[in-house]
Design a protein around this ligand. Structure first.
Ligand code: FAD
Length: 462
């Protein structure tokens, strides 16, 4: 990567969140000469990767007033991407020496947190973070600047989120910024499957956001809805102790009913048809299961309770918009931006490139199209989705085009695109996961690509 050029304008920027997106954004903005404050309601950097055994009191996450636990990690979680692909481009996620470090190619969640902490410390970003400070309101002023209201109190820690709500410890702050960058993550606000008859079904329901360990499911009959990485991991975790585990997936044909190879108690079904008041759950394949628990592994909603754009930016069926290239709302660009909205992607390098782009646009080195052109681009994207029959809620699901998107961002910033091994390694990892769903984290064949990646890493690690 070439060194960044001198910035044209320096802005005072507020970043919401010190997860993987906020951290790299802070680094890129500072590199470009902006003055940055990162607001983080937790006690430490890392966002999603700060594991906590605590869960929310409302297991489905429906109560808007519930105390929020940010992370959705479960105890056994290992990454679903190989570390070479997963890391930032200029801070490779290589194995570090030390007894407490996890050298595996698909490490456990703690290793990712340690990597992000290394990044925050070594890039000097940590000192820019105001910890235990929650942004409660952001609104635009007539001057075009942004008013950021925050509150600081010591009970936002990840250890004791559900305790200590002593309001006397709260300090409020009210400040003005030139620009706001939203990096608050989107794996905290649960989405729930709609099931006919569920209101009179007597069993227990929960969302995977509140799943940590399998113990409480011992000898139970559990239905897991979903087919994402979390559903795939959690059904295996739970099958180790439960009597039966039934996975319901809406992407499966109605007749689907298969026993998972290697398991005596794990079945894959089509979606649930309805639930009954005697505890029975009926699948579209006609099977009926008397279940104790339904766990919704059905994803999350974009949620910005602190952001007041006077209706300019809205969330509609999980489409956050209008956003030019998933980042800038045209009317408020470049002073409001969102980093990390796309999903089914390799997040960290994408965050890095989006951050470089926003930093360059804010400093005036990179020019955006006119508002009208940005709106035309957004509308043409929406029309393409509609013509292809892709539902609104998939607006930001850019899995198949993510590398093209990254290369487009890189080109805007005057950089070469992503390294040439990254896309084939991502494809090899996806194929390997399909081929070896039980062992893909410990067995692979893309050794040549690993060598290529490490040859590339030398320039950042030596
Ligand atoms: P987050 O990490 O969620 O960080 C957002 C931060 O904003 C948090 O620290 C939060 O406290 C803070 N915040 C929120 N609201 C406020 C507020 N109002 N005021 C102040 N601070 C606020 N990605 C991978 O690359 N590999 C994987 O293997 C992988 N596995 C995953 C498994 C699970 C179960 C989940 C849920 C996600 C996984 N991901 C994985 C995706 C993961 O979310 C991203 O890697 C990344 O951590 C997202 O970073 P982020 O900064 O966008 O959001």
């Amino acid at each position: 990567m070439p060194p960044t050029t001198l910035s044209v304008k320096s802005r005072h920027v507020a970043i919401v969140g010190a997860g993987a997106a906020g951290l790299v954004a802070a680094r890129e903005f500072r590199r470009d000469g902006h003055s940055v404050v990162v607001f983080e309601r937790g006690k430490e950097v890392g966002g999603t990767w700060v594991y906590t055994p605590h869960v929310e009191p409302d297991p489905l996450g429906l109560d808007p007033k519930r105390p929020i636990v940010h992370s959705s990690l479960y105890s056994s979680l290992r990454t679903n991407l190989p570390r070479e692909v997963m890391g930032y481009m200029d801070f490779p996620f290589v194995t570090r020496p030390g007894e407490s470090r996890d050298p595996r190619r698909y490490p456990g969640h703690r290793e990712v947190l340690m990597y992000l902490k290394d990044f925050a410390r070594e890039s000097g970003v940590e000192e820019m973070v105001r910890f235990e400070t929650e942004v409660v309101k952001i609104r635009i002023l007539e001057s075009g600047k942004w008013n950021v209201q925050s509150k600081k109190r010591s009970c936002f820690s990840n250890e004791n989120e559900n305790e200590n709500n002593d309001e006397s410890k709260v300090e409020f702050d009210d400040e003005i910024y030139d620009a706001v960058v939203v990096c608050n993550g989107h794996y905290t606000e649960p989405r729930i499957a709609q099931i006919p008859g569920i209101n009179s079904w007597p069993g227990k329901q929960m969302h995977s956001h509140n799943y940590r360990t399998p113990e409480s499911f011992r000898d139970q009959v559990v239905i897991i809805i979903g087919s994402s990485s979390s559903a795939v991991d959690i059904c295996r975790d739970v099958a180790a102790v439960a009597k039966e585990v039934h996975v319901a997936s809406r992407s499966m044909a109605d007749e689907t009913y298969t026993k998972q190879p290697g398991y005596e108690n794990l079945w894959l079904h089509s979606m649930i048809d309805n639930a009954c008041d005697d505890g029975a759950v009926v699948f579209r394949n006609g099977k009926v299961v008397l279940a104790d628990v339904i766990m919704h592994c059905t994803g999350y909603k974009y949620h910005f309770p602190f952001l007041d754009t006077e209706g300019i930016v809205t969330v509609d069926d999980n489409r956050l918009g209008p956003l030019y290239k998933h980042v800038f709302p045209p009317v408020l660009a470049p002073h409001l931006s969102f980093i990390g909205i796309p999903w089914k992607v390799v997040p960290f390098p994408l965050f890095e490139l989006q951050s470089k782009w926003v930093a360059g646009v804010l400093s005036g080195r990179i020019t955006l199209p006119s508002q009208k052109e940005m709106m035309e681009d957004i509308n043409s994207y929406y029309s393409t989705l509609e013509a292809a029959g892709i539902p609104k809620r998939y607006t930001h699901c850019i899995g198949d085009s993510q590398f093209e998107y990254n290369n487009w961002l890189a080109a805007q910033c005057g950089y070469q695109g992503v390294e040439k091994w990254r896309k084939p390694m991502y494809s090899a990892a996806s194929a390997n996961r399909r081929l070896r769903p039980e062992t893909y984290r410990d067995e692979w064949e893309d050794h040549d690509l690993i060598l290529e990646a490490y040859e590339d890493f030398v320039k950042h690690t030596s």
